[in-house]
Ligand binder design. Structure first.
Ligand SMILES: [Zn+2]
Length: 286
């Protein structure tokens, strides 16, 4: 069983009920699972991997609960700027539908890297336009390459304009194909075990782009397979990351107001410093 000892951190931020911040502290993990945190003197003396954290701050990794990583490359489309939701979507649907697997991988990698730089180590993504060879596989590959914990959605759109939906017909998929591919990615990637790095979420896009039939079929499909069917039910699994003492941590990319509020005091202090950005030294679950 591989063990990890990270010690001598200037400050270890626990985020526990008492909001303790431990000086000259560290953590000990076995097989990737956190076993102990506390002052360095109280931790085991050694481990398979030992990291010295002198001059650094340790805090739990943040959890991003809402993202559309397939859209990273289209954030600056002039035709989509300064619009409300529907015209914004209509300006971008076809660009997303033309995104191929390579483009999707690049878009996902950039988005995940931005999140990791902000201290985020667990990401839920809602991508829902899978045309032109684009698929969930290339996003999962990108997350694995980067090392973040990834809850990937096999989202979808099936209600085109001709049936009363918002997206153009050539941007939506046939429902049998959606269901078949959803089954495929669940069987190939979904890992329900504790500490899993990859999970699949079934995520039909919206009432104006998916039929009621698909929504109901999807709910029955998700439950027996213990696959989450909405973004809000993603289980946050914290990982610990290490921030250099003089880190400049930018915006916290999460829609979880509870999480944001919880870490604000610490973030205010960290923002007071300037220098390098967040670095993930090791992945440890709790
Ligand atoms: Zn959204």
């Amino acid at each position: 069983m591989p063990t990890l000892l990270a010690r001598n951190a200037d400050v270890l931020v626990t985020m526990d009920g008492g909001r303790r911040e431990l000086r000259n502290a560290g953590l000990y993990a076995e097989d990737g699972i956190l076993k102990q945190i506390g002052p360095t003197a109280e931790l085991p003396a050694t481990a398979d991997t030992v990291i010295d954290l002198g001059g650094q701050i340790v805090l739990p990794g943040f959890v991003n609960t809402h993202h559309h990583l397939n859209q990273t490359l289209t954030r600056n489309f002039p035709g989509a700027q300064n619009n409300n939701l529907f015209p914004w979507l209509k300006a971008l649907y076809r660009a997303w539908a033309r995104t191929d697997a390579e483009g999707s991988r690049a878009s996902t990698l950039i988005g995940l890297a931005e999140l990791a730089q902000s201290g985020c180590t667990t990401v839920f993504d809602h991508s829902y336009v899978f045309k032109n060879g684009n698929n969930v596989d290339c996003q999962i590959e990108a997350a694995r390459d980067l090392g973040v914990r990834f809850h990937a959605s096999r989202g979808s759109m099936s209600l085109g304009e001709s049936k009363g939906g918002l997206p153009p017909d050539d941007c939506v998929e046939e429902e049998p194909a959606i269901l078949k591919d959803s089954q495929r990615v669940i069987e190939r990637y979904h890992d329900a075990s504790v500490g899993a790095m990859t999970r699949i979420v079934l995520a039909p896009c919206s009432p104006f782009s998916v039929t009621a039939t698909l929504l109901s079929v999807w709910m029955t499909m998700a439950d027996p397979m213990i696959v989450k069917s909405t973004a809000s039910s993603v289980v946050p699994i914290l990982k610990w990351l290490v921030v250099p003492r003089h880190a400049c941590v930018s915006m916290i990319a999460t829609s979880s107001t509870k999480m944001t509020a919880a870490i604000q005091p610490t973030m205010r202090r960290i923002r007071g410093h300037s220098g390098s950005s967040v670095k993930i030294h090791a992945r440890v679950s709790m």
